[in-house]
Design a protein around this ligand. Sequence first.
Ligand SMILES: [Zn+2]
Length: 64
Amino acid sequence: MPKTLCDWSKKELKQKPEKLHALTRNACHYCKKCGRVANTKKALCSAESFSKAMTVVEEVDFAA
Ligand SMILES: [Zn+2]
């Protein structure tokens, strides 16, 4: 079974930024469990589509 983005360690994130970018650019899915995003649901352990979940997207206060 391929490793999901959710399983990546800090070390792997450091080692494979190109792969991370390839998986996360134009992300249209997110992980319900970990909050990670990806452009393929295969890269996430509990994937959900952004388009289904999104209603109103406005600027969000990051700290909120
Ligand atoms: Zn996950």
